[in-house]
Design a protein. Structure first.
Length: 333
């Protein structure tokens, strides 16, 4: 019962942030301040502290590879299944069906259920997951749907077509310049993400056995400790209840993709990963994680509306707590 208190506290924080916003103490766009705090400060600090205080073996990069597949497969499946739908609908589903909320949600939840040692599995899973959530899902969605990453779909006058208008250059020099510009845009998407950069740095640290200075986790611990509260509070600031029947249907469609695929990915972790039961149990929980916080950021950039993505994150977080609690009690480790 004690293990349930922290997840319940997260739900109460979401509710409190939502109620405070509804009371008018925050302006509609104030959540963007919290996004900067989480993505550029508390989450990177949490990653560094995790690697500095827990041993991470290179063999566990297999878990990272699983996470990359788990993150990209839903996006590609949704892209193929929605090829006749409007570009805005496709973008919302592709951004919110792929990726997992690990650093902000699963770190504290799994630690509450399984102890600090489970953070090793969570960190290795999040290395692969970060490739998708910190930039990969946004890059692939905007590339496949020919969306300008620097403007919302409303600003691009998106209609009912399944992709934005696109004409492939015929001139070889123009094609080369277009490829170069696209590559530059993709690299910018990845390497301007602070959490992604930190994970890449931690891989270098692992591969070359570079010791992390002992003072660093001590220095960053207060910032890392704030990650759970800030990220969950941000979800509450983002959340707005669906206003139309279409909003409700969009959320249900995200759930319709995430839940069956999450169960499939959990089964793959349990039966295919060559690690002991405790590692596989943690990986099963991670496969059931809610929508990534980054999905709200990219939904805001592409659609100009992070509120429905925030509500989707809240709903999937509640479902994830229920499923992870069931896994904790049903699977011995």
């Amino acid at each position: 019962m004690i293990a349930l208190l922290k997840p319940i506290a997260f739900l109460l924080i979401i509710a409190a942030a939502y109620l405070v916003k509804r009371a008018g103490l925050f302006r509609p766009r104030d959540y963007r301040v919290m996004q900067v705090v989480v993505f550029d400060f508390t989450l990177p600090a949490s990653i560094i502290v995790s690697f500095a205080t827990n041993p991470h073996h290179l063999s566990m990069l297999l878990i990272s590879a699983f996470a990359i597949v788990f993150g990209l497969l839903p996006l590609l499946l949704v892209y193929a299944a929605t090829r006749h739908r409007p570009v805005a609908d496709r973008a919302f589903l592709m951004l919110n069906c792929s990726g997992f909320n690990v650093g902000n949600f699963c770190f504290p939840v799994i630690q509450a259920f399984m102890g600090p040692s489970a953070l090793v599995t969570a960190s290795m899973f999040d290395i692969g997951n970060s490739v998708v959530v910190t930039a990969g899902s946004n890059v692939m969605t905007t590339s496949l749907l020919h969306i300008d990453m620097n403007r919302t779909l409303a600003e691009q006058h998106a209609g009912s077509a399944p992709t934005m208008p696109y004409t492939k250059p015929t001139d070889p020099d123009a094609r080369r310049l277009a490829r170069r510009a696209k590559l530059k845009q993709i690299l910018k998407g990845f390497f301007t993400s602070v959490p992604f950069d930190i994970y890449m740095l931690m891989i270098v640290v692992m591969v070359f056995s570079i010791p992390i200075p002992s003072f660093l986790p001590t220095l960053l611990q207060p910032i890392a400790d704030a990650n759970s509260f800030c990220s969950v509070f941000m979800v509450g600031m983002l959340m707005d209840l669906p206003k139309t029947r279409k909003d409700v249907m969009d959320v249900l469609q995200v759930l319709g993709w995430r839940l069956p695929l999450g169960v499939l990915f959990a089964a793959a972790c349990w039966f295919l990963l060559p690690f002991d039961a405790s590692v596989r149990k943690a990986a099963v929980m991670l496969s059931l994680a809610p929508t990534a916080v980054f999905s709200t950021l990219f939904t805001d950039r592409v659609l100009g509306n992070a509120k429905l993505a925030g509500f989707t994150l809240s709903i999937t977080a509640i479902i994830a707590i229920v499923l992870m609690t069931a896994v904790n009690f049903l699977i011995p480790a």
